[in-house]
Design a protein around this ligand. Structure first.
Ligand code: BJW
Ligand code: ZN
Length: 263
């Protein structure tokens, strides 16, 4: 996919900045997996049986009707198991190889960044491929598709839940510490495919900015973060990010391309 002409000067400046920094990070959301065929939460096709995520992704919903909540997760696990990383995931994995210290912070639970080759990944909302026992607390990888509904723990017989972070639950303290460390170090933060309405992840970019990072947003739609961003690339991550990785690789090899400089 060729770079859009209106993106070229912004990509050139962003790549030049990335060429000069040691530490950078990316924060991703559901939009980065959209081109892999996975619906976003708040976009068209994001509603499963007309439920909003706020009605299913809560401990209260699970306590009330674990079968319903597991049916939602089983449907999503089925979709994700058939999905492959797209050029956006691949470009982010390539950036990890191009920037000396690059951390990928994702709100996604689908595991596609790791499948694309990203190594330093912080999954702040957990993983859809892990289950946690509500009785004994054991966490295990579980890739069964379909999964028995509801599933029970092999060790103690307790009810299993997805090992993800629901509304009203805190992010794991060690993950949050690692996020803060990465954001304090980052000189550039790419914010990719998130509506930036769910806290605390929605604030990560503002924390990073306070700590000195330049912000670059890649999203087809504006978000509450857009006015705070130093670079705004309006488009799909699978179309924009490969151009950024290519530009950075080129400028590392040859120095910045003078033909791509803005006047
Ligand atoms: C493309 C694209 C393409 C399309 N390319 N882009 C402060 C103020 C107000 C409320 C709160 C607050 N602090 C906490 C809250 C409450 C709550 C909250 O934020 N509520 C708001 C909705 C108002 N937050 C919480 O409860 C959090 N917990 C917490 O803060 O705890 C405090 C606490 C402390 C101590 C003890 C106890 C508690 C937890 C939030 C957990 C969110 N969980 C979910 C489900 C995860 C598991 C699962 O996947 O099932 O996380 S909800 C859902 O939303 C999921 C996502 O990660 C998250 C964010 O969504 P995301 O990724 O941004 O997706 P979309 O769909 O919203 O946006 C997609 C974007 O992509 C769009 O912008 C498109 O334009 C774009 N796009 N195609 C690039 N091709
Ligand atoms: Zn158990």
């Amino acid at each position: 996919m060729a770079t859009k002409p209106e993106h070229a000067p912004i990509l050139a400046k962003l790549a030049e900045l990335l060429r000069r920094v040691r530490q950078a990070a990316a924060l991703t959301g559901a939009g980065v997996s959209h081109e892999s065929g996975i619906p976003t939460f708040r976009g068209p096709g994001g509603l499963w049986r007309n439920f909003r995520p706020e009605e299913l992704a809560t401990p209260q919903a699970f306590a009330r009707d674990p079968r319903l909540v597991w049916e939602w997760y089983d449907w999503r696990r089925g979709l994700i198991s058939q999905a492959w990383p797209n050029p956006g995931h691949e470009a982010l994995a390539a950036l990890e190889g191009l920037v000396p210290d690059f951390t990928l912070i994702t709100q996604n639970v689908d595991g596609l960044h790791t499948l694309a080759g990203s190594r330093r990944v912080l999954e702040v909302h957990g993983s859809i491929w892990e289950v946690r026992c509500t009785a004994c607390g054991q966490v295990k990888a579980d890739r069964r598709v379909p999964i028995p509904i509801p599933p029970y723990c092999n060790s103690c017989g307790g009810l299993l839940r997805p090992n993800v972070v629901w509304f009203g639950e805190g992010l794991a303290a060690d993950v949050l510490d690692a996020v803060q460390h990465a954001l304090k170090q980052a000189q550039v933060l790419l914010v990719v495919g998130t509506s930036a309405v769910v806290q605390p992840a929605a604030s990560f970019a503002l924390w990073a900015k306070q700590w000195g990072a330049k912000l670059a947003e890649i999203n087809p739609e504006p978000t509450p973060l857009t006015p705070h961003c130093d670079f705004v690339l309006t488009g799909k991550s699978g179309e924009v990010l490969p151009g950024l990785a290519a530009e950075l690789a080129f400028s590392q090899a040859h120095g910045p391309d003078p033909s791509k400089k803005s006047p």
